[in-house]
Ligand binder design. Structure first.
Ligand code: GDP
Length: 695
């Protein structure tokens, strides 16, 4: 089936744990006919269709972002499962990169919770249009207006309620659609029959007021609505829908719908809203890719910046339009291993893909044969023989890493633009036996491929294997997988913070490397300056008159980059240095690439030691959600962890506290928070920045 681009929706569902994302996803799959039986998610014993990994079931959180497709009113909805837990930053970033719009699920009682705030920050970064679904309207204490107020106050969205609830709490029975001014109720065993009825007389006035509020908000975006409102003329539904759609796409508003996934109420209206208001790949428009040439050449004599270490200069970009007739550009955004082999979830940005084609992996240059292609429907797969720009599908048996770009032309472009955060925590692991060691190696290899924020290295002094990642939970989940999926038993060291180093002052270097003890000699001489910058590494070549022959400049640069890997204080990687190579000298026969690389490395290492080096520590942005009567205790505890309190706001019984806290002080925080608040609080955190460390 060739679905026109305008009828595809690639959407994510984001939610704080327990707000009902799994239940809602399952209902969506049921109403769209993708599953035929409703498995109760309560307690997650059986596990709903989307939650297929056992560790998700155990932890009650969804950590794997799979994609599943369904069809609603001729619109193909690709549901990308954005993980709720924000320790998995790269999972979230990846999922966000490939989706065009999102549904934020909020609990009608708990409202905007810690993770909603963190995920919202990420959504803003990718400018993803959102609609909000206030779930659990059937619960005691459900208050959609409070949730809407919080969407405005805490997330600074401009929420527009498109519905008014019919009944409250246990008596919640459906919604009044404020655009059509009709009641929607949901009948049948699973609410599968949407019944449209007139608004009962006793609610007419209230509904008219609610509609007026909605129209007033929309009139700011539309002169037509404003004029009709002033003249008290009827406003066509299609106009209202279109204004809501444009407002959503331009981030001017966030439409709000409500319901109860568990009680099977309101989900079909949400699907209509996904169709009406969220963008198709066409609405999202072109994306930019980086040409391979500029990335590979890393020019040596005009002072370009190396992407590997990070710099400030923007590389040139190529615009990729969502056009099925264009050249193929696709992003492998997620790998999973299933019993039948590797599944590579792929978003196609341009062109088409068919089984039997040959494509290129932009990172490795390898040719890849496209074998089976499938569309994933929860746990089942449908073989397909064609996929086009805008679509999300899975490839079987393709060898590539997560984040790789696939193209039809060799060496063309890469989409690598995903923001890969630095690892902030490291633990040593020691296999128990030789067999465990083999199994561990296999598993670690796999994990690195799936997740670029999971890193493996070897401690130079002890020889121990080190695993690094985005937080305690991030590493815990891989440690569980080592044991459960790979049967590799390991001892685990204490978590350690991944520090960085930087310099606090500018300085010069003048380093001569000379070796003439029999055999061919070695000679290299480099002169220049180093300066502190905000981030990354920059290299500038100002050597004039061939004092250092052109062919050795790239070796110098490589030497400088190598020096950045081990800082002068404690061997931590260095960030925030600009190196300006100004001169030097070479020897007719004794100079070579190696000698310049060595000289540059030594020169920078010595230079940094003189440049007021400083240790930097990772600081985390922490959101804690806690009962109001515990605010003092929680804030006091955060302060004692060297936390910088950024603010708190209380809404009824609940308060949210925002703080920045050094990661080194966050180990074991979940246990401490539980005991401080009798288990009533929850928190989430993500990496914020590096700051000078206190150790
Ligand atoms: P997730 O962690 O966001 O995936 O949340 P789940 O879908 O697993 O739901 C968490 C709990 O809330 C489960 O016990 C659900 O049965 C329950 N739940 C989900 N939706 C609703 C709802 O609309 N009303 C009520 N009362 N409970 C719900």
């Amino acid at each position: 089936m060739k679905v026109p681009l305008g009828r595809i929706r690639n959407i994510g569902i984001s939610a704080h744990i327990d707000s009902g994302k799994t239940t809602l996803s399952e209902r969506i799959l049921y109403y769209t006919g993708r599953i035929h039986r409703m498995g109760d998610v309560r307690g997650k014993v059986v596990g709903a269709t989307m939650d297929s990994r056992t560790d998700e079931t155990n932890r009650g959180i969804t950590i794997v972002s799979a994609a599943t497709s369904c069809v609603w009113n001729d619109v193909q909805i690709n549901l990308i499962d954005t993980p709720g837990h924000v320790d998995f930053t790269i999972e979230v970033e990846r999922a966000l990169r490939v989706l065009d719009g999102a549904v934020m699920v909020l609990c009608a009682v708990a409202g905007v919770q810690a993770q909603s705030i963190t995920v919202d920050r990420q959504m803003k970064r990718y400018q993803i249009p959102r609609i909000a679904f206030i779930n659990k309207m059937d619960r005691a204490g459900a208050d959609p207006w409070r949730v809407v107020a919080a969407l405005g106050d805490r997330l600074h969205l401009n929420p527009v309620m498109l519905q008014y609830p019919l009944g409250a709490e246990a008596g919640f029975d459906g919604v009044i659609d404020l655009v059509t001014m009709e009641v929607h109720r949901f009948e049948g065993d699973y609410g599968e029959h949407r019944v449209v009825e007139p608004i009962p007389a006793e609610l007419e006035l209230t509904a008219r007021e609610a509609r007026y509020t909605m129209l007033e908000q929309l009139s700011i975006l539309s002169d037509d609505i404003l004029a009709a409102l002033v003249a008290e003329e009827p406003i066509p539904e299609t106009l209202i829908w279109e204004v809501i759609r444009q407002g959503t796409l331009s981030h001017a508003i966030a439409p709000v719908l409500m319901g109860s996934a568990y009680k099977n109420k309101g989900v079909q209206d949400l699907l209509d809203a996904v169709e009406r208001y969220l963008p198709s790949p066409l609405d999202r428009g072109a994306i930019s890719a980086q040409p391979i040439q500029s990335r590979r050449s890393n020019a040596t004599d005009n002072g370009t910046v190396d992407a590997a270490i990070g710099g400030t200069q923007d590389p040139p970009t190529i615009v990729i339009d969502p056009n099925p007739d264009g050249d193929l550009v696709a992003l492998a955004f997620k790998l999973t291993v299933e019993s039948f082999g590797q599944l590579t979830y792929t978003r196609i940005y341009s062109g088409t893909l068919k089984p039997g084609q040959m494509v290129y992996n932009s990172r490795t240059g390898d040719r890849i044969h496209i074998g089976r292609m499938v569309r994933m429907h929860a746990d089942k797969q449908e073989a397909i023989d064609y996929a086009q720009a805008g679509d999300i599908i899975a490839l079987l048996g393709v060898d590539c890493a997560s984040g790789d770009t696939l193209t039809r032309q060799p060496n063309w472009v890469t989409l690598e633009g995903i923001f890969v955060p630095d690892a902030v925590i490291t633990r040593a692991i020691y296999p128990k036996t030789g067999e465990d060691s083999d199994r561990m190696a296999k598993a670690l290899n796999r994990f690195c491929k799936e997740d670029p924020t999971f890193r493996v290295s070897v401690d130079e002094e002890s020889g121990a294997t080190l695993i690094s990642g985005m937080g305690e939970l991030h590493l815990d989940i891989y440690l569980d997988r080592l044991r459960e999926d790979y049967d590799a038993l390991v001892e685990v060291g204490n978590p350690a913070v991944a520090y960085r180093e930087t310099i606090g002052a500018a300085t010069t270097f003048d380093y001569r490397f000379k070796k003439q003890t029999g055999g061919p000699g070695q000679y290299a001489h480099v002169i220049g300056r180093i300066e502190p910058i905000d981030d990354g590494f920059e290299f500038e070549n100002r050597v004039a008159g061939g004092a250092i022959p052109k062919e050795f400049i790239s070796s110098c640069k490589r030497g400088f980059q190598e020096a950045m890997l081990n800082g002068p204080i404690d061997d931590y990687p260095v960030m925030g240095v600009r190196v300006i190579l100004e001169g030097g000298s070479a020897h007719m026969t004794d100079s070579n690439e190696w000698s310049f690389r060595h000289a540059a490395r030594m020169a920078l290492a010595e230079g940094m030691a003189k440049a007021k080096p400083r240790l930097l520590e990772p600081i985390m942005a922490v959101s804690v959600e806690t009962p109001s009567d515990t605010i003092g205790r929680v804030q006091g505890d955060l302060s004692s962890r060297r936390g910088l309190l950024l603010g708190s706001d209380a809404q009824g019984d609940e308060a949210t506290i925002q703080a920045e806290v050094p990661l080194a002080k966050m180990f074991g925080y979940s246990t401490e928070l539980r005991s401080l608040t009798a288990g009533m609080a929850s928190f989430s955190m993500e990496f914020a920045c590096y700051r000078p460390a206190l150790r």
